[in-house]
Ligand binder design. Structure first.
Ligand code: 1ZZ
Length: 633
């Protein structure tokens, strides 16, 4: 049931202890493999590290960090890596050296690194860990002075002779590591204007890894032999789902994590499925958009060449889950051995370490048809409760059908083991009865202790209490909206402003800053909001421009706005509206009211001088390259 909390047993005190133990138990088992495009296309084997090799390289880097840089326990270490195996060596080296790893996204060559710079300014690291090539390529004029001045350590620098034997590692502070030490500072994907680093401890992480294992019935792969779990992921490791779900969970159970880069997948989605088939992966998953991309880009003939019956767990989360996508995917790949019950929808967020709720493996996900109008009034009036399975294609309502007053929702399952999930009325702070929409609140051992150095925000976000509850019982306010039905959580929307595109969280402030910074567009005010797209969120941008701008210039201004958003954030807007000054709703203190703006746009009430929108049935991925756009001045 959604409100039960049970304690989680944890087997290790920290991630460092986990690695030491795994390397002792199964030294020769492959721990990590990275598949390059060449290996995916069949011309080479990719790189693999066994548990013993991973352990040896991690300890050597940890020892160098302590000897060469003068870092001390609790110092932050930035991790800046292109896709590959080195990231994990840097990450685990931090765990062994009692440093707090801070993963950051890898920029395109020659680009500025605003995310790196803002995280550096926020958490004041003592070192940057990367590889030799990346370090050589950091242009001190394109990064902040603080970033430029950081000592830099390359994980792939040649190992000194005295570090090649285990005896030389004796000075690692393993015994001093506490479960309450921070194991990760996870910047919520991307906000450069308001960076927030989630403080995740070893205890938080190990508890969530255990919850995931429990929910999905993943067996320990302790014994010798070839029968171990294989996870296959293209999710970026600087995002919580890629790092914790994609890499740490396979290592936690003693399995093999096989990795490829997000770009390899996006360029040819078939590579992901081919790799699952070839490597007999048992666990893989992604946000909804990825399953849709496979349906759109992999035809029936290609699907037939796959063998997916070994895929036991296909999780789906990180953005709204669309029944139609899951059904189409099941239909397209059922002949390749994929069954609908393999899908495990799940819900979570970095502030809860990762998973907060999920469907149980082996059960086809529940679908709920609810009345669309009632839903907008905060109530889920259930018309029909079905489940996804191979034969029910006709049961799945078209999620975009205009006339059907039905919205089909996919269950995000039950509360994770050890997690309390409540739906709370935001105004009264009382728990909602089943079927009533409210904010999702969470409590449990994997809820992080807060954001780095943000005491005020933390009291509000991590320290919520129920009006009629025990005031010592603190909850995390997720900013997500949903309801409970039959003990399962349905996520219906968000009261926070974040826009989620292809599983990536974009912060409106960052997009608005880009648009307002465009000199040639003369933008006075801007609102970036999430509107409802075909497969989840779509980005809509409203901009006020000066009344002196001629109407003929507006199409060009829209192109400049789109170009700048693509350049800075690698996403395209679905819709851009240009209003007169005063067209965007503001609070009395002059802040953009995004939720109201969104409601006005969706209700057709925002008065626009000019409006551009892309056909909502065009796939997002196809429009990122826009040759007709002028280059940015
Ligand atoms: P983040 C073996 N959101 O996205 C591997 N779920 O965190 C197991 N919206 O902080 C892996 N419906 O970036 C288990 N179902 O964003 C993975 O995303 C469990 O708005 C899923 O607040 C973990 C997702 C982690 C993640 C969090 C935000 C949430 C919410 C949105 C996540 C959703 C969903 C709708 C869902």
């Amino acid at each position: 049931d959604s409100t039960t909390r049970e304690p989680n047993e944890t087997r290790w005190k920290s991630l460092a202890h986990l690695l030491v133990d795994r390397a002792a138990r199964n030294p020769d088992r492959p721990a990590l493999t990275f598949l390059t495009d060449e290996s995916l296309d069949g011309t080479d084997e990719g790189q693999t590290l066994s548990y013993a090799e991973l352990h040896r390289r991690v300890r050597a880097v940890a020892t160098r960090l302590l000897r060469e840089t003068g870092v001390k326990a609790g110092d932050r270490a930035m991790l800046l890596f292109p896709p590959g195996l080195e990231f994990m060596i840097g990450f685990m080296a931090c765990e062994m050296a009692r440093l707090i790893p801070v993963p950051t996204s890898y920029p395109k060559p020659g680009r500025a690194m605003p995310r790196l710079d803002t995280s550096v300014a926020d958490c004041g690291p003592s070192v940057l860990i990367s590889d030799q090539e990346t370090i050589a390529g950091i242009d001190p004029h394109r990064v902040s002075p603080e970033t430029a001045a950081l000592p830099k350590v390359a994980t792939d620098a040649s190992i000194q002779d005295d570090l090649s034997t285990p005896e030389s590692f004796d000075d690692l502070p393993l015994d001093e590591i506490e479960a309450s030490d921070l194991a990760l500072l996870q910047y919520t994907s991307g906000s450069t204007s308001d960076p927030k680093g989630v403080m995740v401890s070893h205890a938080n992480l190990l508890s969530n890894l255990e919850s995931i294992r429990h929910a999905f019935g993943i067996e320990w792969s302790d014994d010798d032999g070839d029968d171990f779990e294989r996870g296959l992921f293209w999710l970026p490791p600087f995002h919580d789902m890629g790092l914790i779900g994609g890499i740490l969970e396979p290592l936690y159970v003693g399995g093999h994590a096989i990795l490829m880069s997000p770009r390899s997948f996006l360029a040819r989605p078939m590579r992901w499925l081919r790799a699952i088939s070839d490597y007999k992966a048992t666990i893989s998953g992604a946000p909804n958009f990825a399953y849709q991309l496979c349906v759109d880009r992999v035809d029936a003939a290609q699907a037939e060449s796959l063998e997916l019956s070994g895929w036991k767990l296909a999780f789906c989360g990180a953005e709204p889950i669309i029944a139609d996508t899951l059904q189409q995917f099941t239909d397209r790949f059922s002949d390749a051995g994929f069954g609908g019950e393999t899908f495990c929808p799940c819900y979570g967020l970095a502030e809860a370490t990762l998973m907060a709720a999920s469907c149980r493996s082996g059960h086809a996900p529940s679908l709920l048809d609810v009345d669309r109008d009632e839903l907008t009034h905060g109530r889920a009036s259930v018309i029909r409760h079905t489940s996804l399975n191979r034969t029910s294609a006709e049961d799945v309502a078209d999620p975009m059908s205009e006339d059907a007053n039905v919205r089909q929702l996919v269950s995000s399952g039950n509360a994770a083991h050890a997690m309390t999930v409540l739906v709370v009325d935001e105004a009264t702070k009382q728990e909602q009865p089943d079927g009533e929409i409210g904010e999702i609140w969470l409590a449990g051992p994997s809820i992080a202790s807060g954001y780095w150095k943000r005491e005020e925000v933390n009291a509000e976000v991590f320290g919520a209490t129920l009006a009629d509850g025990d005031s010592s019982e603190k909850f995390l306010r997720t900013g997500d909206l949903g309801f409970v039905h039959d003990g399962e959580i349905y996520v219906t929307g968000r009261s926070k402003d974040v826009v989620i595109l292809r599983g990536r969280n974009l912060f409106p402030q960052d997009i608005e800053a880009t648009v307002k910074g465009l000199l040639q567009a003369n933008v006075l005010q801007c609102a970036a909001v999430a509107t409802t797209g075909r497969t989840g969120d779509a980005l809509t941008v409203a901009a006020e421009v000066s009344r002196h701008v001629d109407s003929e210039e507006l199409p060009d201004i829209v192109r400049h706005i789109r170009r700048a958003i693509i350049d800075d954030h690698e996403v395209d807007a679905r819709q851009v509206l240009i209003t007169r000054p005063g067209g965007i709703p503001l609070t009395t203190s002059g802040k953009v009211q995004r939720q109201q703006c969104r409601a006005m746009i969706e209700g057709g009430e925002l008065a626009a001088r000019y409006q551009w929108s892309r056909n909502r049935f065009i796939d997002d991925s196809e429009s990122v390259a826009l040759p007709e756009l002028p280059t940015r001045v």
